[in-house]
Design a protein around this ligand. Sequence first.
Ligand code: OGA
Ligand code: NI
Length: 359
Amino acid sequence: MAPTVTSVDASEPKVASIKTVADSDALTYVPSEYTYTMDPNDKGDENDPEHSIPIIDFALLTSASPDERAQMIQKIGKACEEWGFFQVINHGVPESLMKEMIDACRRFFELPEEEKKEFQTRNLLDPIKCGTSFNVAIDKVRLWRDYLKVIAHPEFNSLYKPAGYSEVSLEFSKRTHAVATEILNGISESLGLEADYIAKAMNWDRGLQILAANYYPACPQPDLAIGIPPHTDHGLVTLLIQNDMCGLEVKHNDQWVLVKAAPGAFVVNVGDQMQILTNDKYKSVWHRATVNNTATRISIAVPHGPALDTPALPISELLEKEGEKAKYIGMTYEKFMELQASPAAYMMPCLDHLRVKDN
Ligand code: OGA
Ligand code: NI
């Protein structure tokens, strides 16, 4: 299908991709527009082995044995409450497919700048969008990353270049969606609801899936730049894969924890819509992407959300069970995403806008 291409607003500053900046001859420092000051006391705690996100064995989650499934469901619930993050192993998506997907995205980012121009659209829900930083029209500090975002569900969109991207992304999108559905159902059960409760309530069959690739080139002074500053994800669940470079950090007990995922694992996190549905029981946790000085890191975040016209509201069955009042008012997922992308809410938690005041 031919993508709709919206022309780039003439007032938008023209900013070179971070790949071009990083590739420029002998770049030995971080240019001032990219200088991000990180609090030295607020660094990731990489060496603490006690601090790693929980592991969910997908084979046990989908096991025929009710006991094994029940154990994994309980573990998912605990992970969502305590971390908002976990990694999923034995999910059946071939590691080779993940690598091919990362490779296809790498080849996209490596296309000559001229060839990427047609995808530099600016509307939030354009089916295909690439660019650098977050929003160059409003960024105060530029981010050390380029991105490519393609909406793959409810309608599949794709790129005709680089060769192979379309086929690989179709397969990757389908397989990842199937894993996300199982995880969503597991989360639903972990709350004591029917497995398909959340999927039905959120119109999951029309739900949004975005293939959001991030390209973080090696950075000469990694402590002076940031890939993505602290933020929460807007959807229900995000699945993330990366090449063999780490960089994702998760806020846990007030400390940044570097995520070291098993090769071929999906890193999964709960998004804002899930926090709303569960009335704060499951947390949409702050996370960030740091950069390194050794090699390019590529990650593919795959946020899955409700249908665009569907508002998330605290689930009444859960409120009754817990004897709680709803902490959030409803807003359609589309409006929520627009709010999150607006200059006023730049990298801020949007949940606060929906919080009931006198609660
Ligand atoms: C994101 C994100 C982290 C990473 O794209 O929302 O949090 O490690 N990415 O790239
Ligand atoms: Ni994120």
